[in-house]
Design a protein around this ligand. Structure first.
Ligand code: PLP
Length: 448
């Protein structure tokens, strides 16, 4: 089982990795090749164009990835780039609309209170979206539902349920399992700092066992309700073999946090993950102006999540739903362009004597982590074009020091044990010109 990201500096250990890049050879070559393969561009074709051949597998399907197959739903198996623009919006033209309408209603008038009572009863039974007119904003919202439909299409699941943030989404998953008496969680570090904290502190009454990927099967207990992983992981970009992990989970649901990869690079449901979580605050929104979370999953689990969302109130605002749909339209283009920038920056960092190690995923993507010989705080203080800020996945490039910020809440020993060195910096590469980015990074490293 492979659970490391590509270390583009450490090249002499003889380990063969698909995306391992040797310092001195053109890292952009391999990193970009991995990315292009993920995007459906033929390796070696010299094609830099959009992913024209990545088509979506059967909706809700578990098991092997089915590239080239067609989805059965409306649209007849459209490519990911097409779904990104049209899913959740297919009815608009027939309604004489082009832009997505934003429905800000918190409540919906009804003169049929018997009918409404029946719809509320039905929701209480299985959490299915109430048929007919909406009832109340906490049960569901039409604009948000469009985003959920679109994200489910992109991730290849039956359903998706949106929340006010990524943490609200993870909390809802834990509450669903806790309510069933399945309070034990098996998890692999590193995770995003707050996800780690939520589990370690047992804030929602869950108990966590931290394991290496190879230890998952042995850690499962009768009361295990969830296995939780991130791949690539925040902040080290460690990658996991999701298919092998899903196999090790047996009947316990695997939750894969797909925030870093996005469905453009990886669709965990095709590899056996029952739950795919996003901090939609990141790439799905893509512009640093929306807080949101979403879980893509089968309809049965989605019903339970809607019931928890109704009872606990972590709903997504309709304006955020609108902005997320807008963000999805450009997701494949943004991810591709930012990933090309990131691969080039990773290549330059890998040969820079001021840099000790570079982590760049085999999968590609727009995130880089690198350890420096100097003082990371000085680098943060010295960037100009690059914004020194937590978060990621925006059109502009952000840099942060995980040990100080995103993973500050994790115990220092646990942090270091999971590869989050005090000299590690995390770079979320945006859409600026790569030469401008390098000039800024180069100057900041000179101060580090
Ligand atoms: N998952 C990952 C991988 C994250 O990076 C984050 C936030 O940084 C979260 C979940 C939590 O998402 P949010 O900040 O939207 O609550």
């Amino acid at each position: 089982m492979d659970f490391g990201s590509v270390d583009v500096r450490d090249t002499c250990d003889g380990v063969e990795g698909a995306g391992r890049v040797t310092a001195g050879e053109t890292a952009g070559g391999k990193g970009e090749a991995a990315m292009e393969a993920a995007l459906g561009v033929e390796e070696g074709s010299g094609v830099r164009g959009p992913a024209t051949v990545r088509r979506l597998a059967t909706e809700g399907r578990r098991g092997p990835a089915v590239e080239g197959s067609r989805a059965p739903a409306a649209g007849g198996g459209r490519a990911l780039a097409t779904e990104a623009v049209h899913a959740g919006r297919d009815d608009l033209a027939r309604q004489g609309l082009h832009a997505v309408p934003i429905d800000l209603s918190t409540t919906y008038p009804s003169y049929d209170s018997r009918g409404e009572a029946a719809r509320i009863d039905a929701f209480a039974t299985d959490g299915a979206e109430p048929a007919g007119p909406p009832v109340y904003g906490r049960l569901g919202n039409p604009t948000v539902a469009r985003f959920e439909t679109a994200l489910a299409r992109l991730e290849g699941t039956e359903s998706a349920v949106a929340f006010a943030s990524g943490m609200a989404a993870l909390s809802a998953v834990l509450l669903v399992r806790n309510a069933m008496g399945l309070r034990h969680v098996v998890a692999v570090r590193p995770l995003y700092g707050c996800s780690d904290h939520l589990l370690t502190a047992g804030l929602l009454g869950s108990e966590v066992t931290w394991v290496d990927p190879a230890g998952i099967a042995d850690a499962l207990r009768p009361d295990t309700g969830l296995v939780l992983v991130e791949s690539p992981a925040n902040p080290t970009l460690a990658e996991l073999d999701l298919r092998a992990i899903a196999h090790a989970c047996g009947s316990v649901p695997l939750l894969a946090d797909n925030t870093f990869a996005t469905p453009v690079l990886q669709r965990p449901a095709e590899q056996g993950a029952r739950l795919v979580l996003h901090s939609a605050t990141k790439y799905l929104g893509g512009h640093g102006d929306v807080m949101a979370g979403v879980v893509a999953c089968d309809e049965e689990f989605a019903g339970r999540l809607r019931q928890v969302r109704f009872a606990t109130g972590g709903v997504l605002h309709p304006l955020a739903g609108y902005l997320l749909l807008r963000g999805l339209s450009t997701l494949p283009v943004r991810v591709r362009a930012a990933s090309a920038n990131a691969a080039e920056l990773a290549r330059r960092l890998a040969t820079d004597p001021r840099v000790a190690r570079v982590h760049y995923p085999r999968l590609g993507g727009a995130m880089i982590a690198f350890e420096i010989h100097g003082d990371p705080h000085e680098v943060i203080a010295a960037v100009g074009l690059i914004t020194p800020a937590v978060s990621l996945g925006s059109v502009d490039t952000l840099i942060q020091h995980p040990a100080s910020i995103s993973h500050r809440i994790v115990d220092a020993e646990d942090r270091r044990h999971s590869g989050v060195s005090d000299r590690l910096l995390r770079l979320s590469v945006g859409l600026e010109d790569v030469e401008d980015l390098w000039r800024d990074l180069d100057a900041a490293l000179a101060r580090g």
